[in-house]
Design a protein around this ligand. Structure first.
Ligand code: ATP
Ligand code: MG
Length: 383
């Protein structure tokens, strides 16, 4: 009798003809997430089983599986033979010893000589016989024992379901470039897109020497946490210092942030094309700060042709924080380091700047040269 982790997948069944492809990517992602842990991954009629793992690592394996997008639920249980005695031997290991319970049987193998209710009744009867403090309650039991009779003389038994991360396997929904700051929002935005199956490349802007090594380390830490979900392997950094100094020197102060954001988008679009990303992703949320008014968002969109996805656009800060805590980025995000957006921050940023005013101020700068100079500072860091 072997201890196994049973993995059930989420939306993959929706994909008709592409199902095989989605399942292959899903299996590769499971393998990636279990890298470094002894295990074997086997497909078993609509499920995956993690087998032959080290008992001491079971909990870590479950944690890793819980982060893989596409996992609907998972259970720790036993792979047993499908003879009633063999099923019962496994059931004894997962069944409660007292209180109310029921047995729920699913029969994937329809030619099994007993029906599902017959199996449940037989196993339930044995449990009550062996553990007199147990009582059957089919309506609101304290515990449920699950039996899943499979083909080829195999069955699975388990005592609970854990919820998975849901979503779609990363790598099945295109490639995006996430603009990641050291803040709370952008890592959550990356999580949201990865959850829908997007491969998330990362781009971070710094303004060395105004921002320091600490700020960079912070972003790398955030990127590493995010990568546990998104399977992202690297982050590109670009220095914005010259751009910021030029804006500060030549343009109306109230437009500092607006203009910086337009440069960020221009640089990001060029990096995105180099990384074969099909869109930009940001952590913006409508109205959250002065630069995230509809006018502000539109003025950044106006300088790029790639789609800009903003998965948090309708979220309140509280909702974003709840997610950041859930995915484990919050504690790092609130560490105090300068972000490039806070360098040269105007006291009164323009809230609804008109596009012709923005363009007039921007025309004082040599945009193309500044963008090229910034691109020449690009560095790739492996995570
Ligand atoms: P965050 O918490 O993600 O920093 P925010 O609410 O602080 O967001 P802004 O600082 O205005 O808002 O940034 C809006 C978005 O612009 C961010 O979510 C991120 O996608 C992008 N961004 C901001 N600063 C940087 C940076 N230094 N590097 C890369 N992207 C950035
Ligand atoms: Mg920020």
């Amino acid at each position: 009798m072997e201890k196994v982790i049973i993995i059930r997948y989420a939306e993959i069944h929706l994909k008709g003809k592409n199902r095989g492809y989605f399942e292959r990517v899903f299996a590769v992602n499971l393998e990636k997430s279990l890298k470094g842990m002894r295990h074997e991954l086997h497909r078993m009629s609509g499920r995956w089983l993690v087998e032959k793992f080290d008992q001491a690592q079971a909990e870590e394996i479950e944690t890793r599986i819980s982060r893989v997008f596409g996992v609907h639920s998972y259970s720790l249980g036993y792979l047993v033979g499908s003879e009633l005695d063999e099923i019962y031997a496994g059931v004894r290991l997962v069944a409660p010893r007292e209180g109310t319970f029921k047995v729920e049987t699913h029969r994937g193998y329809k030619r099994y000589p007993m029906t599902s209710p017959e199996i449940s009744a037989a196993i339930g009867g044995r449990l009550i016989h062996d553990f007199p403090a147990l009582r059957v309650d089919v309506h609101t039991p304290q515990n449920t024992v699950y039996i899943d009779v499979r083909e080829n003389g195999a069955a699975l038994v388990f005592g609970s379901f854990e919820s998975g991360a849901g979503g779609m396997p990363v790598g099945t929904a295109g490639r995006g470039l996430l603009l990641i700051s050291g803040g709370i929002d952008s890592p959550v935005a990356g999580y949201m897109m990865a959850k829908r199956g997007m491969t998330v490349e990362l781009l971070h802007f710094h303004s060395y020497p105004y921002t320091n090594e600490g700020a960079k380390e912070k972003v790398i830490t955030l990127a590493r946490i995010l990568s546990k979900y998104s399977l992202t392997a690297r982050i590109t950094t670009v220095k914005m210092t010259e751009i910021q100094e030029s804006i500060h020197k030549h343009c109306a102060e109230e437009l500092n942030v607006t203009l910086l954001r337009r440069f960020m988008f221009r640089v990001a679009e060029r990096i995105a094309r180099a990384r074969k990303a099909q869109c930009l992703v940001t952590g913006e949320s409508l109205g959250q700060v002065a630069s995230q008014t509809m006018e502000g968002l539109a003025s950044s969109n106006a300088v790029v042709t790639l789609p800009v996805l903003r998965p948090l656009i309708g979220f309140d800060k509280e909702e974003i924080i709840t997610l950041a805590k859930k995915i484990g980025t919050f504690e790092t995000s609130i560490l105090p380091y300068e972000d490039c957006c806070t360098v040269f921050l105007p006291e009164f940023p323009a809230i609804k700047p008109k596009l012709d005013y923005i363009e007039r101020e921007e025309s004082k700068l040599d945009v193309e040269t500044l963008v090229n100079n910034a691109l020449s500072t690009a560095e790739i860091i492996d995570l």
